[in-house]
Design a protein around this ligand. Sequence first.
Ligand SMILES: Nc1ncnc2c1ncn2[C@@H]1O[C@H](COP(=O)(O)OP(=O)(O)OP(=O)(O)O)[C@@H](O)[C@H]1O
Length: 262
Amino acid sequence: MSGTESIVVDHATKMFTLRYHRTFKQMTVAALRRQDISDTFRAVDDVSFTIQQGESVGLMGLNGSGKSTLLKLINGVMRPEGGTVETRGRIAGLIATGAGFHPQLTGRENIYLNAAVLGMSEAETKRKFDDIADFAELGKFLDSPVGHYSSGMSSRLGFSVAIHVDSDIFLADEVLAVGDKPFKQKCLQKMQEIRDGGRTLVYVSHAAGSVRRMCDRVIVLEQGKVGFDGDVIEGIKYVKYDSGDETQEELESEDDDLGADI
Ligand SMILES: Nc1ncnc2c1ncn2[C@@H]1O[C@H](COP(=O)(O)OP(=O)(O)OP(=O)(O)O)[C@@H](O)[C@H]1O
């Protein structure tokens, strides 16, 4: 990796196995009939790109095109079967909202737990605790078990911890999918601060409006392959063209929906 490179994905391939038959009987019958009992497919298929430090990249594509899997390869929770994925510096972000939370522990306890998992020291977490709790706006629920939170509440907490980690790379997967509108706006604002602070941002989203505001490059995945890599407006047009159902007017109304202040 050269000095300014942040993420280098080189011919990365991630395969998953699909099982057609689950029970022993089904598998035996399939084997006797010489049918396949499983099949592998490439969720990420020979993907290559380089992201420079400070770039803000929107990762788009239809459901199941491999976006989350690619983020998992970047953050290192999964390894590619083929190719390589290299990153520079500390990575934070939300991959699966609320992953790593312990349902029997309170919000307060989970902040410490989650922060530790993300590599924050106890002193750092203590220093940032009030900011994290304020950002999540859980109020009196901070000392209730997270298992009793609504899905929106636990994702607020997850986002809040992740966003307060001092990372070089921030990965955001559908962070805006669960929050309500005021919280979405707060998240977008915070992500803009990350971007403006020169950190690398990879933002998975179906929302053209927020990608347009947040990103300076778009990568579109199609069945695990890079279908487009380049200019934001072109990328949004490309993905909309592919899904074939959105007009320019709809793109603009999506922008309005996210609020004029972002
Ligand atoms: N752990 C797994 N085991 C088997 N298949 C998986 C696994 N994780 C993902 N897949 C499959 O890989 C493909 C890509 O999934 P992925 O979650 O990366 O898509 P995505 O682009 O993020 O979709 P979405 O827009 O719906 O979030 C899908 O077909 C999915 O079923």
